[in-house]
Design a protein around this ligand. Structure first.
Ligand code: NIG
Ligand code: FE
Length: 408
């Protein structure tokens, strides 16, 4: 049996349980001083306070009196894409909006062109580097979407890359099919045909290959309407995929209401989410997955995080890593913004990037807290306490990442 003992933990900060925490409970983080954690075969076996057990056969890591938390969970990334879009920075500086750039053939369409040209090997190499970087910042589990293929062949290519990386990279990856990220240029005048292609051709293939867990739609003005999104998410359900939805990022066209109605596991962005959307999500048991680094990067408003909390909706926070609206892999920046822009406490933010994020990708029974029975995914920080990692900005404060009981 492979054992790992982490001793001399100054503070072990972790939420508890295996389901999302909303309202006041979001801030209920257990802080244990002078703690230790024993992992056996990749799983947390014991957590204690004071003198650690004598474990002669264990590898021992000394946390040096520092903070330890669960491994962080990045519940929203567009990991697989060809090229980058640095050319759009100049356009933005000249006043072009996100949707203007998209409608002029930039944005998602230009990344789609590059992704279609990229080979499986190229996409895998690039995504692997991104995963390495994410892990260096403390992320031990993530979600990854397709959505830059927008044709059966290329959507499946992206999902295959995700599946292969999940198998060979230490990161656990939950795969999301997002064939409805944009109506691609060749279907511009035939959008109904594209919606049918997603529902009747792509989804059956995704199901057949058992290659995704979630189905996501970009429900937005100029992308997919509420009715199209509903059709796609309902079709996804029939093929065994749990709904997720990009809603209310730019215009409130009804995406968050739809999230609750279709029982989406999470709704993402929600920058301009109206109260009806919040209420619908509360009723539907949907996690609000907020993406503050995207708001920052777009120069947009920040989602009404406190209103979700007041309604008891659990809040998760994630990077939204993608080549357009948020080319950022560092979830520590999300932690900073979660406090400074959403006004969440460090405890509430920790829950947002661990337990609630795990719940947003259906993995809260396995990751997101430090408790016996959970996977031994932990971060040893170069920080004395939780406040410190929320307060410092721009440095990588990770000292050691532990994945399935092994130092990475
Ligand atoms: O979550 N909003 C839709 N999709 C991404 C951006 C995609 C892109 O610009 O390439 C997002 O922000
Ligand atoms: Fe996104």
């Amino acid at each position: 049996m492979k054992k790992l003992l982490i001793k001399n933990i100054g503070i072990l900060a972790t939420p508890l349980g295996s389901s999302a925490r909303g309202g006041e409970a979001q801030g209920a983080v257990q802080m244990t001083k002078n703690a230790w954690v024993l992992a056996e075969d990749g799983v947390i076996a014991q957590v204690g306070e004071g003198t650690p057990p004598a474990a002669a056969d264990a590898q021992v890591l000394d946390a040096g009196g520092n903070l330890v938390t669960p491994g962080l969970v990045d519940a929203h990334t567009h990991l697989i894409f060809g090229g980058w879009r640095q050319n759009e920075l100049g356009l933005k500086l000249h006043g072009k909006s996100y949707l203007e750039i998209q409608n002029a053939g930039g944005g998602i369409q230009s990344t789609t062109n590059a992704t279609r040209l990229a080979s499986v090997e190229e996409l895998a190499r690039k995504a692997e580097r991104a995963l390495d970087e994410m892990m260096s910042f403390g992320t031990t589990t993530c979600e990854a979407k397709s959505g830059y293929g927008l044709a059966a062949e290329h959507e499946l290519k992206a999902l295959q890359v995700i599946r292969d990386l999940d198998r060979r990279h230490p990161m656990d990856i939950a795969a999301t099919f997002m064939g409805a990220h944009l109506v691609p240029a060749e279907y511009k005048e035939r959008r109904e045909e594209y919606v049918r292609l997603v529902c009747e051709e792509m989804l059956p293939l995704v199901r057949e290959q058992g290659i995704a867990k979630f189905c996501d739609v970009f429900c937005e003005a100029d992308t997919f309407t509420v009715e199209e999104s509903r059709r796609i998410l309902e079709a996804g359900k029939r093929y065994g995929l749990t709904p997720k939805i990009h809603a209310d990022e730019i215009e409130a066209i009804g995406g968050s209401q739809l999230a609750g109605e279709v029982g989406a596991i999470s709704a993402e962005h929600l920058i301009v989410c109206p109260q009806e959307g919040i209420d619908s999500m509360a009723k539907g048991g949907t996690v609000a997955c907020l993406l503050p680094a995207t708001s920052f990067y777009l120069g947009a408003d920040f989602a009404p995080a406190k209103q979700f909390q007041q309604a008891g909706v659990p809040v998760a926070m994630a990077t939204d890593f993608n080549p357009g609206s948020c080319p950022c892999l560092n979830i520590q920046l999300v932690i900073n913004l979660g406090c400074l822009k959403y006004r969440f406490t460090p405890e509430e933010v920790l829950t947002a990037v661990t337990l609630n994020a795990a719940a947003a990708i259906g993995m809260a029974d396995k990751v997101g807290t430090v408790e016996p029975g959970k996977q031994a995914d932990l971060v040893l920080w170069d920080a004395p306490d939780l406040d410190y990692i929320c307060y410092r900005m721009g440095s990588n404060l990770v000292r050691q990442v532990i994945k399935k009981g092994s130092p990475v």
